[in-house]
Structures are given as structure tokens and as C-alpha cells.
Design a protein around this ligand. Structure first.
Ligand SMILES: [Zn+2]
Length: 507
């Protein structure tokens, strides 16, 4: 009796475990945009297979484990392989898919041939005919695979060359601004493209995106919104040309598969296809050239964190020193290809300059108070914010500590982190920044992804010549006060809502 019970319990446990694995697998496939009907069929197949293997009697006494394996296991297994390779290599890597099919056909031919030697019930003639057909198919697919490699690669190269030509023309086109050298500190917001994210990942806490449900919806719901990716160019009379973050690059946005092919398989499996959008005018080199500068003159890049929508542009900045928190380099999500050209130019701040406003540690990077690095871990293990002293005020570069101005209402608007201590640290960092802004009324936040009028209208126009006057700084802070109360809550009319067609409205 006890023996039967423990066996049943063991089988139930096995069932639960398989269901968890299957669910995780289905979520990954959904993330990769596999259609829901396909996933439902595949999920049912997996469920049938698992039940059939654990309780062979379910399908009738004569339909045992072997039959279940054959009739449901083979389609489920092929489905797994097919879906896996389709999503990991996508369709662009046709030669890889053809090559795999060729290898499978040749292996099947070999097995059929070997079985024939050992002798089975089937007549030898039918066996060798089958081996011959399978082998022929394998060779044909292999040949097709070999022939298509060059074609696919040429197509990719053609596209890249064409795009590079367009960008070079844009860089050298007239319309370049004259660089002003009057000893002032200048900051230019560079809109380097857009990224596509789920509404809930960006604006958690609203319209049902909250808690566990919020995480699930972020994974499964494909309601996407488009938000800008900003990097900042700093022209400093004493410290030269610098950047805060580097944005994305063209290859990352337009040849996503090729770009991430340089990275580990895991990042490929998890990274979303077509997550970035960028016009040739938004190319970092074009943007910088339009302002009268050359991207190769940038000496220092302060990277708020390692994430790829902040680091992709580093491929244009191989000459620069890249300053970032060591914890991000060692424990963050690093995409090696984005860092390939700068990995020997990294500098890690020690944060030993003492307290700065609400921050117990800071780094006065140049030792003259002109640029302060503030550790703000949470969004990533080594996230940092950058405070730049300008002539009539200070610019505080937020990175992803808070995505937008409404995110300052941290008790209402939540941006997704993994949860647990990361979220605690991030909220802690946000509160320290709130305190800093309260104490320093001439400091304005500069966001990486703000999609509200604050960035798109006010910051962009106040900084259009790189240098707002005291009144300009005041106007930005006044706008902040129309969005947020003094205890950091949203005023009516500024709560984000998901409207039709992935548009965000503030009501
Ligand atoms: Zn980030």
C-alpha cells in the first residue's frame, strides 16, 4: 500500500517537474514570437507525451510506452528541434537549417544501412532502397546548404555596405553646425534610435501590470511601445569631448541576427529580434557630425551601465577610455561584441571621494568637482549616475535608474527589475536622487528613455545649443513641478496609460 502511494507521488512529482520545464520552454518560444496556435499544438503534444510516458495505461493497455514514444514522442521531438533551430538561427540562417536537415537524413540512411547488415524481418531490397533514398536526400540538402552559404552572406554584406555608404554620405553632407569654442560646458542630447519594449516592463504598476501578474504579462503580452534611446555628447573646455552612454549602432538595429551572432548562444536565445529602430540620421557618427564634431575625438565615455542599448555605440569609440563600475563589468549582462574594441580601455572608479548629498560614496572623476560619479546599483549590479557641473546649472544623467520623469513617482510607477534586492537597491538609489534634486534646485535630470514632453520637447529645445541659461534650467524644474508633487507623486493628468496601437497617453 505504502509502496503504491510513494510510486504515485513520485510520478505526480515527475509530472509537475516536466510541466514546469515545458512551461518555461513555451514562454521562451513565445518571447521569440512563435505564434500562439503553434505553441498550443506543441504544448498539447508535450503534455500527451509526458502523461503517456509516466502512465502508459492511459492510452489503453495495448498502447504501451514504446508506442507513445513513437507516435507522440517523434513529433514532439521534431517539433522541439524545429522550433529551437527556427528561433535560434531564425530563417536568415538558411544554410545552417539545410545543413542540419542534411546531417539528419544522412544519419538515418546510415542507421537503415547498418540495421540491414544485422538482419531484420524486412526484405533486404526494401531496406537498401530506403537507405539510398535517405542518403540521396541528405547529399542534395547538403549541396543546397553549401551553395546557399555564399548567397546569404553576400546579401548581408551588400546590405551593410549599402547602409555604410548612406551613412558616410550623411556624415559628409552639408548642414554641419559650426563648433563654438567660448569656454562653456556644452551638452547635446543625441537621440540615437528607438527601442521596443512591453508597456508593463516600462510602466509597471498600471493597467494591471503589477506583481507576479505584471511579470507574467511582461513575458507573455506582446503589447509593445516604442521609446527613445538617448546618449549625450559633452564638450568640456578642460576635459575635452566626452560622452555619457553610447546608444545603439546601425548593425545592432538592422542586422540584429548578424550582430548577436558574435555573442554567446544564450544571449542569442534570449535577445529579441528587431528590438531596435534607427534611421541613418540617428547613427551616432552622423548625429555628432551634424553638431560640428567628430566621433573619433571623443576621449572619455562614462557608461551608466553595461546594457546593450547604452553600449552598442562603443563600436564607434574604440579610441576612448570607457569609465564604468567594475561590478557591472564582472556581474552585469555584457554583450562581448559591443565591448570588443574598447575592452582594453576600461577604467573602473573607486568611489573614494567621500559623500555627495544623500550618497555616502562618490567619485569626483577629474578631482575638480566638474564631474561626479554616483553609484546607483539596482537596474544593473554596477549602475551609476553622472552629475556634470555646467555654467548655469547641473545635468544629472540618470541612465536607467529611472526611465522617465513620471518614474520619479517610485511609489506609483514601477520599472521592472528582477525583483528582490535589485529592486530594493534601485528604489534606494532613486530616493537618494530625489533628495539630491530637492537640495540642488538648479540640477536637472537627463534621461536615456524619456518618452514624455519633458525630454522630447523641453530638454531637447533647452539643450539645442548645448547650453541652457539659468532661466532654461529653471523652466525645466518648473515643468517637473507640474508633473510631480513635492513628495514625488504624480499630479493628475500625468499617469501613463496604454492607448490604442501601442501609444502611451498621460491622463
Ligand atoms: Zn538598462
Amino acid at each position: 500500500m505504502a509502496k503504491t502511494l510513494s510510486r504515485v507521488l513520485g510520478k505526480v512529482l515527475l509530472l509537475v517537474l516536466s510541466l514546469v520545464v515545458a512551461a518555461a520552454w513555451l514562454i521562451i518560444l513565445r518571447l521569440k514570437d512563435v505564434a500562439v496556435p503553434v505553441l498550443v499544438v506543441y504544448g498539447l503534444l508535450l503534455l500527451g507525451l509526458v502523461i503517456g510516458l509516466i502512465w502508459p495505461g492511459v492510452y489503453g493497455r495495448r498502447f504501451g510506452r514504446t508506442q507513445v514514444g513513437k507516435f507522440i514522442g517523434v513529433p514532439a521531438g521534431l517539433g522541439t528541434l524545429g522550433l529551437y533551430f527556427a528561433v535560434v538561427f531564425y530563417i536568415a540562417d538558411v544554410p545552417v537549417l539545410l545543413g542540419l536537415a542534411a546531417a539528419a537524413a544522412l544519419a538515418a540512411a546510415l542507421v537503415t544501412g547498418l540495421r540491414g547488415r544485422r538482419g531484420t524481418a524486412k526484405p533486404a531490397a526494401s531496406r537498401s532502397r530506403r537507405a539510398l533514398v535517405l542518403g540521396g536526400v541528405g547529399v542534395a540538402l547538403g549541396t543546397l546548404s553549401g551553395l546557399s552559404v555564399g548567397r546569404v552572406e553576400r546579401h548581408r554584406q551588400d546590405q551593410l555596405t549599402q547602409a555604410e555608404k548612406i551613412r558616410q554620405e550623411a556624415i559628409h553632407a552639408p548642414g554641419r553646425r559650426q563648433r563654438i569654442t567660448d569656454g562653456a560646458v556644452r551638452v547635446f542630447p543625441l537621440h540615437t534610435g528607438d527601442t521596443v519594449v512591453t508597456f508593463g516592463q516600462f510602466y509597471g504598476g498600471f493597467d494591471g501590470w503589477d506583481g507576479v501578474n505584471g511579470y507574467l504579462r511582461t513575458l507573455l503580452d506582446k503589447t509593445l511601445i516604442t521609446v527613445p534611446v538617448y546618449a549625450y555628447l559633452v564638450d568640456h573646455p578642460r576635459h575635452g569631448l566626452m560622452m555619457i552612454d553610447a546608444g545603439i549602432n546601425w548593425e545592432q538595429a538592422h542586422d540584429h541576427d548578424g550582430y548577436y551572432n558574435h555573442n554567446a548562444m544564450v544571449s542569442r536565445l534570449l535577445s529579441d529580434r528587431d528590438e531596435y529602430r534607427m534611421t541613418s540620421e540617428q547613427d551616432l557618427r552622423v548625429r555628432v557630425a551634424r553638431l560640428g564634431y567628430d566621433v573619433t575625438d571623443v576621449t572619455t565615455v562614462f557608461l551608466t551601465h553595461v546594457h546593450d542599448d547604452h553600449a552598442g555605440g562603443l563600436r564607434h569609440l574604440s579610441q576612448a577610455t570607457v569609465v564604468m563600475d567594475r561590478r557591472d563589468w564582472e556581474h552585469g549582462v555584457v554583450y562581448p561584441y559591443s565591448f570588443d574594441l574598447v575592452k582594453d580601455n576600461l577604467a573602473f572608479p573607486r568611489f573614494d571621494s567621500g559623500a555627495f548629498h544623500a550618497f555616502p560614496d562618490s567619485q569626483d572623476y577629474f578631482g575638480d568637482g566638474s564631474l561626479i560619479l554616483l553609484p546607483t546599483p539596482g537596474h544593473s549590479p554596477g549602475h551609476m549616475c553622472v552629475l556634470l557641473h555646467m555654467d548655469d546649472g547641473n545635468a544629472l544623467f540618470m541612465g536607467d535608474t529611472l526611465y522617465t520623469l513620471p518614474h520619479f513617482a517610485v511609489d506609483q510607477v514601477r520599472q521592472m527589475t528582477i525583483g528582490g534586492t535589485d529592486t530594493v537597491h534601485q528604489i534606494d538609489a532613486a530616493r537618494r536622487i530625489q533628495e539630491l534634486l530637492t537640495e540642488a534646485p538648479n540640477t536637472v535630470p537627463m534621461f536615456a528613455h524619456d518618452n514624455t514632453p519633458y525630454q522630447l520637447e523641453l530638454v531637447d529645445s533647452a539643450f539645442s545649443h548645448g547650453r541652457p541659461d539659468a532661466a532654461g534650467f529653471r523652466r525645466l524644474r518648473q515643468h517637473m513641478n507640474t508633473v510631480l508633487t513635492s513628495d514625488w507623486r504624480l499630479r493628475p493628468g500625468h499617469t501613463p496609460h496604454l492607448a490604442q496601437a501601442g501609444r502611451v497617453e498621460f491622463r
